[in-house]
Ligand binder design. Structure first.
Ligand SMILES: [Mg+2]
Ligand SMILES: [Zn+2]
Length: 182
């Protein structure tokens, strides 16, 4: 069921596979590799009318693995932000976990750290009035842990689809299909 959203609500957006095309077994470490997903600008232009705040929450273990540094990822996000701002879309913050899975940090999704960082900066954020959109089980588990509404966007023919279905409150092909439901 689609909740009644107003400007007191916050939207947490996974990046790879939601905003930009995911690179299978690879990472977007340079803006030239950042390919926006279909209709994502239109999607965000719709969603900004409904949600008070929007954040990007992204696991980027390419940093922890030493494949790139934080500066490179910040540059990708600065370039992405430029594109979004030109389209009058404001993302409050781009929050990144730089750690490897084996580091067992508290900010790699499904752990809740990135959402807690957002709430530190904006204490008015209420996770029970928040929606997370992601293309991985870990995004949905991150949302569930915090009491958010969870939205899966992506294919249904993935190996762990049973678990995805169990953890997703709503499911769509992509962010634009979700945005159109309001
Ligand atoms: Mg993703
Ligand atoms: Zn982390």
């Amino acid at each position: 069921m689609i909740p009644q959203i107003d400007k007191t609500w916050t939207l947490f957006l996974d990046r790879d596979g939601v905003i930009n095309e995911r690179i299978i077994d690879g990472y977007v470490m340079d803006s030239k590799d950042l390919i926006l997903t279909k209709n994502v600008i239109s999607a965000l232009q719709l969603l900004k009318n409904y949600f008070g705040k929007m954040f990007v929450v992204s696991n980027q273990q390419c940093i922890g693995k030493g494949l790139c540094n934080e500066t490179a990822i910040n540059k990708v996000h600065a370039d992405l932000n430029d594109i979004l701002l030109k389209n009058k879309i404001l993302i409050q913050d781009f929050l990144v976990c730089p750690h490897k899975a084996s580091d067992h940090c508290n900010c790699r999704k499904p752990k809740p750290g990135l959402a807690l960082q957002a709430q530190m900066k904006f204490p008015s954020i209420d996770f029970t009035k928040s929606v997370v959109v992601g293309d991985m089980l870990s995004d949905l588990q991150f949302g569930k842990t915090l009491g958010m509404v969870t939205v899966y966007v992506g294919d249904t023919d993935v190996p762990n689809f049973d678990l995805i279905k169990e953890n997703a409150d709503l499911m769509y092909d992509n962010l634009f299909e979700f945005a159109k439901t309001f």
